[in-house]
Design a protein around this ligand. Structure first.
Ligand SMILES: Cc1cc2nc3c(=O)[nH]c(=O)nc-3n(C[C@H](O)[C@H](O)[C@H](O)COP(=O)(O)O)c2cc1C
Length: 171
């Protein structure tokens, strides 16, 4: 469902925003300082290159047990090293999410904002894309975002994200 949300966000994004989807989270080993030596594991090197080449990060995620899914937190842990200039440091970011239930990934998003503090990553505050009851919003046959108000919110969110990235050139 969050993949569908991301697809819709890309559709309504301003034309000047070039978006690369990094969908290899499941290939990353669990963070372990013993593995964090050169040459890095290939997925780790690929993640760090992708993060370094990006002007900003857009997180799209479900909420697992009131928090950030482990695979996403693991990717952030890899991106928070090596010191002193890890690729996520100072990197502007925004977060969005959709869930089946009523909280709409709110608690995941606030935990992610907390993690952003140690990264000194400017997290866009508004608009928030916290989408509850996602099953009602996507076409079950095509997966397309069918809800007009959610699509409108996404368009405003992506325009704000583009502006946010420009206001916070990577440090
Ligand atoms: C292990 C697990 C824990 C979950 N915990 C929560 C939760 O705490 N809050 C919530 O709103 N949804 C929870 N969900 C549901 C997901 O947030 C989400 O609705 C679901 O994964 C659909 O999104 P997806 O298709 O992008 O994965 C959980 C799902 C799983 C598999």
């Amino acid at each position: 469902m969050n993949r569908q949300l991301l697809r819709a966000a890309i559709e309504v994004a301003p034309a000047d925003l070039a978006i690369t989807v990094w969908n290899r989270l499941g290939e990353l080993p669990l963070y372990n300082p013993d593995l964090d030596v050169e040459p890095w594991p290939e997925p780790v090197a690929a993640l760090r290159t992708a993060l370094s080449e990006s002007d900003a990060i857009l997180y799209a995620s479900p909420e697992y047990n009131y928090s950030i899914p482990g695979v996403l937190k693991n990717a952030i842990d890899w991106g928070s090293r090596p010191q002193p200039t890890p690729p996520l440091k100072n990197k502007p970011a925004a977060v969005m999410g959709v869930s089946i239930g009523i909280s709409g990934t709110m608690r995941m998003q606030y935990h992610l904002r907390q993690v952003a503090v140690i990264l000194n990553a400017p997290m866009m505050a508004q608009p928030e894309v916290i989408i509850p009851r996602g099953t009602d919003r996507f076409d079950p046959a095509t997966g397309a975002l069918a809800d007009a108000s959610t699509r409108d919110l996404l368009a405003r969110f992506m325009a704000a994200f583009s502006a946010w990235a420009r206001q916070h050139p990577r440090g």
